[in-house]
Design a protein around this ligand. Structure first.
Ligand SMILES: Nc1ncnc2c1ncn2[C@@H]1O[C@H](COP(=O)(O)OP(=O)(O)O)[C@@H](O)[C@H]1O
Ligand SMILES: [Mg+2]
Length: 246
């Protein structure tokens, strides 16, 4: 059983109610999203949405409960123009996907791409949440946590064995590059969960190695990972990381 590094606090019941009211007022649960959620409920993927684990510009991630008492994660992409500016750049040059005109179609493609990238990474043996389903703007995946509490992000986790965590992440980067033929392109302590071993999340922007900017993104990922571990006292450079990946 994976060991927890620190506990993330569950929101108090009152906070949850407030958050849910805010969600509705920010129209996360527009009619179409509700219909998708009901579809998943009907299919038995989960029984209830419990609370938002995180709410960002592009998406909200919920913990959801299954009938057997276990948990899954439900990532809902928001239909907001501003957050999808960078979209085109990460789709161009990817023969798996064609650029879409409407905002809705773009958001759907983003969810589909996250699901496809998660599958490819998972098949290559990378530590990622197992993807379970996607539809329109929603991706359902394995919940990364313990006893219903999400693991903290690596950025916030107290790392007892940083070298071991680094080795696992670099091996995940190698498998992503060599076997899945992808580059994550947004790797940092904010997109890795502090499980043991660490789990890499947030794959919508990941690109194929044939993408014109794939090498640039790989260098940036290696740079971010090296910096992160240098700050935690590990003797590592981005060249060390790139040597192991290539
Ligand atoms: N599978 C998961 N299990 C538990 N928590 C998750 C999972 N996926 C994401 N999260 C939580 O939700 C947050 C946002 O997810 P992420 O995929 O990084 O989306 P964003 O695009 O909003 O950054 C993460 O920082 C993490 O705390
Ligand atoms: Mg993220």
């Amino acid at each position: 059983m994976a060991r927890r590094w620190s506990k993330k606090k569950r929101p108090a019941f009152e906070d949850k109610q407030v958050t849910e009211r805010n969600l509705i007022s920010h129209r996360v649960f527009d009619d179409k999203t509700l219909r998708v959620l009901v579809h998943f409920l009907d299919k038995g993927l989960f029984q209830s949405l419990d609370y938002p684990v995180s709410s960002g510009k592009e998406s909200i991630v919920f913990r959801a409960s299954k009938a057997d008492g276990s948990f899954i994660a439900v990532k809902i992409f928001k239909y907001e123009t501003s957050a999808f500016r960078k979209f085109a750049e990460y789709i161009q040059g990817d023969p798996r996907f064609a650029l879409k005109d409407t905002l809705r179609a773009r958001v759907h493609l983003w969810a589909q791409k996250e699901h496809a990238n998660l599958r490819a990474a998972k098949a290559a043996g990378v530590h990622v949440p197992t993807p379970l389903a996607f539809r329109e703007n929603v991706v359902v995946m394995e919940f990364i946590g313990e006893e219903g509490i999400a693991y903290p992000l690596l950025e916030q986790a107290a790392l007892s064995k940083p070298k071991k965590a680094l080795d696992s992440i670099v091996e995940d980067m190698r498998r992503t590059y060599v076997d899945a033929k992808l580059v994550h392109a947004d790797l940092s302590g904010f997109n890795i969960m502090g499980a043991q071993p660490p789990v890499v999340i947030d794959w919508a922007q990941a690109v194929l190695r044939v993408h014109p900017r794939a090498e640039e993104f790989l260098l940036r990922d290696a740079h971010n990972v090296a910096r992160f571990f240098q700050r935690r006292g590990v003797d590592v450079t981005e060249e060390d990381i790139l040597d192991k990946i290539r």
